[in-house]
Design a protein around this ligand. Sequence first.
Ligand code: CO
Length: 177
Amino acid sequence: MTVDPERLRIAIYPDPSLREKADPVDPTDPIVAAVARRMIDLMHEADGVGLAGPQVGLPWRLFVTNARDADLEDRAFINPHLSTGPGGMTSAEEGCLSLPGINVQVRRPEHAEITAIDLKGEKITMSADDIVGRIWQHEFDHLNGVLIIDKMSPMDRLATRKILKELKAAAAIHDAR
Ligand code: CO
């Protein structure tokens, strides 16, 4: 697959790429680092804290983060492995750059550990118990085609029904053009 990083855009729900399960990438391929850098730019332009491969239409197992106050560093996680627990679960509000206007409560394990390859091609291992670990879990879900709307409460399901319908209608109009 030839990819021009400059042409990448953020996919909006219900774009089918958001439901694809992503495959591992070759971290030594320079295009992977170029795409990750472009994703970091797109994340900042959209004022987000994370962005995953499927969100730019690529079924690639990589995501980028910038947790702002909690971790100001731009980071790329290539072919990540994530584990959660031990410990409790916490609920917090999450949004998603692919789901504009949607903010829902999502319950997740408090503790997360991640290993991945970074932009320099080095193996990194990190652990977190805060928003940082929550972002990893959110972005990792994207690599398996999972979205926050799959994890929301019945109350949020009702509250977001209208806007999800509007997003689907907007996509249908776009596709018909
Ligand atoms: Co998201």
